[in-house]
Design a protein around this ligand. Structure first.
Ligand SMILES: C[S@@+](CC[C@H](N)C(=O)[O-])C[C@H]1O[C@@H](n2cnc3c(N)ncnc32)[C@H](O)[C@@H]1O
Length: 339
């Protein structure tokens, strides 16, 4: 029987799914890189880690955040060193070493893929599909795009409702949900704000999936779908730009371009709303976000950014009054105003 106090928020279920790649990255760090033995020589800077391990900054950054969040490494004065637990158990020549135990799993496909992503910086196939296309390429296939968009829609049933309860658009007129997927965020926010006009910008063929999904929610009269590429042009006439779970698919240069495109086309007085799983400013947690970042680093060109990284990008694009608000399930809303 259900207890009165039982929490039915799906936080745990989201986390089980989103953290699925994290343990493989730990195995890869221990068994493929022998990373902790390397650190046992003494604390290293991030650049030294990348140079000596011959790994690329984007995946290396995700690995370092994961190990910091797991409290397996520590940071001091921009150097990373061993924590007590890893010094005892994850260094090859320690008498208590568990390295051989981890090494016995190093041929797991996901572990080998991580080694490749770390070395090249290029993402592996979505869902570790053998010789599969990258996520960006896969999204050009209408069948994959439909399945992926339905997945995003199901996650949005909870998260979009929570965001709609949090975001204040009462002084604004028109929202553009950029890379809006099924349009569930635009629908939820429009439902809660009857005066607000709303549209979804999506790249073909996902624009068609968005149209179908919006129609199935009975929202076609309120939510327009615009087909287009957010890197080329963001349509004008909107005073709220929502990027929900969109920045995390791209590297930092691409995210910088998106923020600049947004600032250019947003109406004066409007604001950008970045909704995502963000690391804290020191990139030491939350652990659930550091774990999710492993999946994104493995399968896309992105990762989970920190609140500081996004804040800095928004400010350099020209946005002011940058604010961070907790929403739900370790997701945050970062907003910045075009003053
Ligand atoms: C992770 S999904 C997030 C979808 C939605 N915002 C959500 O949270 O449910 C990322 C979306 O970005 C869209 N996308 C990728 N590249 C794009 C581009 N160049 N222009 C517009 N949308 C793009 C994809 O089609 C996909 O729907």
């Amino acid at each position: 029987m259900k207890k009165d106090s039982q929490n039915t928020d799906p936080d745990r279920l989201l986390r089980y799914r989103d953290s699925i790649y994290a343990a493989d990255l730990l195995v890869c760090a221990v068994a493929c890189l022998d990373f902790f033995t390397f650190l046992s020589e003494g604390p290293k800077t991030f650049d030294e880690i990348c140079d000596k391990m011959e790994i690329q900054p984007r995946p290396a950054d995700v690995m370092v955040s994961l190990l910091l969040s797991m409290e397996l490494i520590e940071t001091n004065a921009h150097r990373y060193g061993l924590a007590e637990l890893s010094a005892k158990y994850l260094v090859s020549d320690s008498p208590d070493s568990l390295v051989p135990y981890y090494r016995s799993l190093k041929n797991r496909p996901q572990c080998l893929e991580f080694h490749e992503v770390l070395k090249t910086g290029r993402p592996a196939g979505w869902s570790s599909k053998d010789k599969g296309d990258s996520w960006t390429k896969s999204m050009e296939n209408p069948e994959f795009a439909d399945t992926f968009t339905a997945a995003m829609d199901s996650r949005g049933a909870f998260l979009a409702r929570k965001l709609a309860e949090t975001i204040d658009v009462s002084q604004h007129n028109a929202l553009l949900d950029i890379a809006g997927g099924s349009g569930i965020y635009a629908c939820s926010i429009a439902n809660r704000n009857p005066r607000l006009a709303a549209a979804v910008l999506e790249i073909p063929p996902v624009d068609l999936a968005a149209k179908r999904s919006i129609e199935s929610k009975g929202m076609s009269a309120r939510i327009n779908v615009v087909a287009g590429n957010m890197f080329d042009k963001i349509p004008t006439g909107y005073d709220v730009h929502l990027f929900a779970n969109a920045f995390h698919d791209w590297d930092i240069d691409a995210v910088t371009t998106l923020a600049a495109n947004s600032f250019k086309s947003l109406s004066p007085g409007g604001f950008i709303a970045v909704f995502d799983a963000h690391l804290n400013q020191f990139k030491t947690g939350p652990l659930s976000v550091a774990e999710y970042s492993c999946l994104l680093m493995h399968s896309t060109e992105g990762k989970c950014y920190s609140t500081k990284e996004i804040g800095d990008i928004l400010m350099s694009a020209g946005f002011g009054r940058v604010e961070v608000t907790d929403v739900a399930a370790d997701r945050t809303l970062i907003s910045g105003k075009k003053l």
